[in-house]
Design a protein around this ligand. Structure first.
Ligand code: UTP
Length: 298
């Protein structure tokens, strides 16, 4: 196997999900459903469709439901078998066979950089992917597969980016790019959550990364930054000084499902695309919009 094969992905899921309180007080944000699948299952399916075999989930207190979701549920399977729901039974079994799952507990939410560092022993000395489950990317070629394609050609860290409106740059890590070609840039520098005036571009890092193992010693030395958290962006800044780093403009429709409005929009989009719900839901929305427009005119 080539040393440029990306087999492992880290899914940091130990954050506190404060933007979704009180829903996330006792349940993991990653288990919020988009129609009928929890957010984290979309992330895992994207990784598997991109060739990932091993998934390392960084969990914390109150996140047990994630492990249960990707495990078998023998009692449920017996029930579905007994009631002849064989299609549903197969779907449930398939969830636990998607990949090899490992879990590492981050005992305190010390930041995304710290969460990634928790995976060091399981990653070892090979390149790996990081996927944030907050960002759901609806794409014909999975977003992570797009990054792996660039990594195989360039052999440097690759960050998934998309252009965001100038007024939104303060919600993201923003790159200082040097354009290399269509949708591809060399990353000269990065800045975490800049103001619109300080932002070096509008290319925002959108929760998809291919990283070399050299990131770990850097993370170990990274001091807490913004919000007192160990920021992945700070370690990436350092890595970009040591070796070439690339930004690939991901082709796909991105939803920030970690935010209430983004989550609602994603729910509507996925419900409309759902073959069994879409037509009726579309009808409901159209009737609702007509009624609302009527009320406004009255
Ligand atoms: P966010 O800051 O967006 O997520 O972290 P959060 O903390 O869960 O949510 P809010 O902002 O308070 O609503 C980005 C990703 O990093 C993970 C989160 O689970 C999320 O997937 N994370 C963050 C960790 O795993 N550990 C941390 O210490 C911090």
């Amino acid at each position: 196997m080539s040393s440029y094969t990306v087999r492992k992905a880290v899914i940091p899921a130990a954050g506190l999900g404060t933007r979704f309180l009180p829903a996330t007080k006792a349940s993991p944000k990653e288990m919020l459903p988009l129609v009928d699948k929890p957010l984290i299952q979309y992330t895992v399916e994207e990784a598997v469709a991109s060739g990932i075999e091993d998934i390392i989930v960084i969990t914390g207190r109150g996140k047990r439901a994630i492990e249960d979701h990707f495990d078998r549920s023998v009692e449920l399977e017996e029930n579905l078998k007994g009631t002849g729901k064989s299609q549903l039974l197969n779907q449930m079994r398939q969830i636990s066979t998607l990949a090899n799952f490992c879990y590492v507990r981050q005992s305190e939410a010390l930041g995304l950089g710290h969460a990634v560092l928790c995976a060091q022993r399981l990653i070892g000395d090979e390149p790996f992917a990081v996927i944030l489950g907050d960002e759901i990317i609806d794409a014909s070629v999975p977003a992570l597969a797009q990054l792996i394609h660039v990594y195989k050609k360039r052999h440097g860290a690759v960050l998934g980016v998309q252009n965001v409106p100038k007024q939104d740059v303060g919600r993201y890590g923003i790159v200082t790019p040097k354009r290399l070609g269509k949708g591809l840039h060399r990353v000269i520098d990065l800045v975490e959550k800049p103001s619109p005036a300080e932002a070096p571009s509008t290319l925002a890092v959108i929760g998809r990364y291919i990283l070399p193992p050299e990131i770990f010693p850097i993370l170990r030395k990274t001091k807490p930054g913004k919000n007192g958290e160990i920021q992945l962006t700070d370690a990436l800044k350092e890595l970009a000084k040591q070796s070439p780093m690339y930004a690939h403009e991901v082709v796909g429709l991105r939803h920030d499902a970690g935010d209430k409005l983004g989550f609602l929009i994603a729910t509507v989009e996925f419900a409309l695309k759902n073959p069994s719900l879409g037509p009726e839901f579309h009808e409901y929305l159209a009737t609702k919009m007509r009624a609302t427009a009527g009320m406004r005119r009255a």
